[in-house]
Every structure is written in structure tokens, then in C-alpha cells.
Design a protein around this ligand. Sequence first.
Ligand code: AMP
Ligand code: GLY
Length: 423
Amino acid sequence: MKVLIVGSGGREHAIATCVAKSKRVSKIYCTPGNAGIAALAECEPIGVMDFDKIVAFAKEKEIDLTIVAPDDPLVAGLVDALEAAGLKAFGPNKAAAILEGSKAFSKDLMKKYNIPTAKYENFTDADAAIEYLKNSKFPIVLKADGLALGKGVLICNSYEEAVDGVKEIMLDKKFGTAGNCMVIEEFMTGREVSVLTFVDGKTIRVMTSAQDHKRAKDGDQGLNTGGMGTFSPSPFYTEEVDEYCRKYIYQATVDAMRAEGREFKGVIFFGLMLTPDGPRVLEYNARFGDPEAQVVLSRMKNDIIDVMEACVDQTLDQIELEFEDNAAVCVILASDGYPLSYEKGFEIKGLEKFDGKDDYYCFHAGSKFADGKVVTNGGRVLGVTAKGATLKEARQKAYDATEWIDFDNKYMRHDIGKAIDET
Ligand code: AMP
Ligand code: GLY
């Protein structure tokens, strides 16, 4: 069969790597893809929001399954557009992708269906939000309602800081229309864990856990980024935690979406905080995480096409997920200056050192071809990933492999997976 992957980052490269392993797949296309994905797929320079062109391309190439990976096209309804043209697509439709597209919606859903999360209020008016802050405890968390590249969350330590935050989000529109509405919620403490799941509208299958490192600098300092590295599994995601989440969070979310007439098919990413009072939902995403996909999918034993088709066809109850009994670590090589300003266009050297090495992957996040060379083309450039028998071994191998690569302004965190040492 022929598969089209929509997207251009490390997550999409990890998905393409899994799809390429499927015996059922004869040809992979990617819009727009990148220089790494191009080794596995025919890349076509169509932007992820150019729905008409994507649909026309999928029809022309007689694509059997289109995998929509990023949040923006999902929330804007690319799956609906593909389905309207009679094409099969993996991912939630627009009505279901609101689970990620609106934080106010997801908070109201959790409240209505008793799914454990931080206490909160939603606001569409800045004065009302500021009035509410007068009687609040600090720190407190402000969240722009809509998509904001993972940057629409402010943790405020005082009333004054929070008032400034409300003004930034609602009046100055720092995150654009994402700030027309906002959530103010209780600050929680604990370890964070990411749990990805496959969902077919009714049945949910839980993948292995992972942990991201969102801050730009070592020691969780610096600005929030899309993610600077991941490890999987999380040793903090114990059997007890898993049992609790299955009982009170995962199936409850799927059932709640169904009850709302927003049947969810695709991947639900549960961002969890393991608080002293038990696991709480920090956020939902309607897609694979990036760079969570890199460490989770590289450990998955199933044929990804079987699982994705079961989500679309609502036969996921017939599938059991299987993961390797090992660990994986992904270290992001970024352009110095990310997530603010950075330069692009530098030659990436050493990529061939990954060829033919089992257990090592170099997922491209921001790369392209220029004059026959592979050059940097983004803030996050590569996700150097390794598998090992243990988390420590995987981390050692991943950091060793970061040395194989060289490009100007190469930047990385040196403490991805440091939390492993505490277990
Ligand atoms: P989100 O985009 O909702 O996942 O938020 C981004 C990051 O902000 C999370 O990964 C947490 O580190 C932090 N965060 C979000 N909500 C809270 C909260 N209620 N309490 C503490 N930290 C939070
Ligand atoms: N790594 C977090 C995300 O994909 O949103």
C-alpha cells in the first residue's frame, strides 16, 4: 500500500522509519518532509496547512492511508478534508482535535467527567481574570486557550507577575488569537510524564511512557522549547501509577469525547503530573509528541500500519501493543539561540556514521538539501537517539553518538535523562 505522511520534523522521521518497516507498505510519500525523511520517502514541497494541495496530491498518488502528524492541520480539519474526498486518514477530525486545540474545552471536559486535573477557571475577559487573581494563591498558571507552539503557558510567582501575564495573553495578544480565551489554573508539583496512546473512538491502547525536557538549558533553566530530549520508559511511571491512570484518566477521556459526540480516533498524548495526591492531567495533545515519538516508536514491535488502520476501522480491541524490553534516549541537537533567533544553512557532517548501526537513529528535525549537501534548516536540527538494555546504557550511547555529528552552532543539553540517576 501507499502511505502519505504530513509533516516535516523529527516526529515525522520517526513515524516514517516505523512505516518503512511495515511489510505492507510499498511506497511512502511525505509533505513536505526533510533531508532525513527523503531517504525513506518521496518528499513533495507542500505545506502542512495547504489542504487543497495535500488532498489533490493524495488523490493523484492513490494514497491508501494519510498520517497527519502535526497539531495545526489536525486542529484545522485536514482529516475532515481528506475524508470528504474519500481518502483514508489517521488522526482525529476537527471536532475531536479540539481536545488539544482548546485548553478551555479540555479543562471543562475533565471537570464534567471527573478526570483528575488542576483546579481552574476559564476567562474571556481580562478584567474578570485580574479580579480572580486577587483571591488566588501563588505561584499560579496562566494558559492561552489555543495552539501556541507549546509556549502559551506562563507560571507566575506573584499577583503582579500574573496581572502582567493576563495583559500579555489577552490584551497584547502575545500568542495571537490563542489568547482570546485563557485558563487560570492551580500550580501543581511533581514529576512529569508523557503517555502516548492509540485510540479508535472506543478502545484505547497505551504505549510505553516517556519523559521530555522542555527547557532550553541544562538544569531545566532557560526558555520553554518544543522539547530538547526524551527518554523512555519513565522509571517514575510505576505499575501503580499506570493502574490509576487506566482507571481514572485514559478510558474516561475516550468515553467523555464519545459522550460529547466528538469520537476521537488517532493518538491521544496525556501530559501527566505525578503529584503527591496522585496523577493529574496537565494537558492533552491530539498527536504523537515530538521528541516523544522518537523514543517510543523506536521501541514498538507492532506493525504501525496495522495499529493505525485499526484506529481508523475501529478494531483496536483486536490489537495488543508490544514494546521491546529496553530503553531509548533522544538528545536534540539544536541551533544555538533556539528557541529565539538562530542561524540556518550550515552543513551537517557525520550523518553517514549512523549507517548500518543497529540501535542508533539520527532523526532529522530541521534539515534540507542545498548544493548536494545536507544543511541545518531549523531550531531543532537532529534527534540523536539510541537504544540500550537500560536507560543508563541508552543515554551513554546517545551522548556518544552526538559526537559523531558536527555543524556550526551545534547546541544541546548535557543532562537529558539525568533524573534516571535518582532511581
Ligand atoms: P502545557 O503546555 O499545558 O503542557 O504546559 C507546559 C508546561 O508548563 C508543562 O509541561 C509543565 O511543566 C508546566 N505546567 C503546565 N501546567 C502546570 C500546572 N498546573 N502546574 C505546574 N506546572 C504546569
Ligand atoms: N514534546 C511535547 C510535545 O510534543 O508537545
